[in-house]
Write a protein that binds this ligand. Structure first.
Ligand SMILES: [Zn+2]
Length: 287
């Protein structure tokens, strides 16, 4: 069963209000240097693939930092060591489609699903990267991602925010949503199976039936003209997009809520929660 007609109407309405409320990402900012911090191999493209592509077209210096090692998503079907290599190669291939060079991709290789236990190590690594690269923009996961399934995302956000406290340059921070979308009206409320049904219901209540969208996201970038490029980049994550082994329990992103979840990332706009980081530490000054 896919989304109901009511859910479609409500999501269309939200999109309309949201885009009116959002300020459009400034064209001249496309040239600003940026680092995109991605908890897993795929979040960078799902949340920011469009803006990364546009920034590279504008000649910006963009780096992607993958926080975890990619070992766990299909560990019941393939060895963790094998999967790590596959996913890292997919991350590089995807970045290249977005316009980056291999050297623009950094992999911290911290153990997937365990990031919250490795925060001190990660903070030290991120501080070093920030000092070396001196980015003008920083992209990180939305700080209010749902707790379930997003522990690495929430840990990534905490790690980057801690590292930013000693970053001595002004920057603009963009938080991008991923598992945020996993609630009604974006996906069907009454999924057939538990525990999916409870997770979607809880997220829907926590996000005020979608109203959180209008409260938190104030910046959007139009990507309707480059959706094919974003799709081509995401396709490089073959282990997430296709069944690498012919096993029905090899789950793909397209399986989540019958494709409704994946569709959230191919809307005509990518949206961000945006604020200013000032060298002296105040990182939540919104504008
Ligand atoms: Zn992720």
């Amino acid at each position: 069963m896919s989304k109901s007609a009511i859910a479609n109407k409500v999501s269309q309405l939200y999109k309309k209000i949201l885009i009116n409320n959002c300020s459009e990402y400034e064209q001249q900012d496309l040239q600003k240097s940026a680092i995109v911090f991605s908890p897993h191999f795929d979040d960078e493209t799902l949340g920011c693939g469009g803006i990364i592509f546009k920034k590279k077209q504008a000649g910006a210096d963009v780096k992607i930092v993958f926080m975890t090692d990619g070992s766990k998503s299909h560990k019941h079907l393939i060895s963790e060591d094998e999967l790590k290599i596959i996913r890292q190669n997919e991350g590089v291939a995807c970045a290249q489609v977005l316009g980056l060079k291999q050297d623009d991709v950094l992999c911290l290789k911290l153990e997937e699903t365990k990031l919250k236990h490795l925060e001190a190590t990660a903070i030290a690594q991120v501080k070093q990267i920030l000092d070396q690269q001196q980015p003008e923009e920083i992209f990180l996961p939305y700080s209010r991602e749902p707790l379930l399934w997003s522990e690495d995302h929430l840990a990534t956000t905490r790690i980057i925010k801690s590292a930013l406290q000693s970053y001595t340059k002004d920057a603009i921070v963009y938080e991008y949503p991923i598992w945020f979308w996993f609630h009604w009206p974006w996906v069907e409320l009454f999924a057939r199976k538990e525990p999916l049904r409870s997770v979607i219901l809880k997220n829907t209540l926590d996000y005020g039936f979608g109203l959180r969208l209008l409260q938190d996201f104030q910046c959007s970038v139009y990507i309707g003209d480059i959706l094919d490029n974003k799709r081509a980049a995401l396709e490089q994550h073959k282990s997430q997009m296709t069944r690498l082994l012919p096993k029905p329990n090899w789950s793909t992103l397209g399986d989540v809520s019958n494709g409704d979840f994946l569709n959230c990332f191919f809307q005509e706009h990518e949206i961000f929660r945006r604020y200013h980081h000032q060298a002296e530490g105040d990182i939540e000054k919104h504008y």
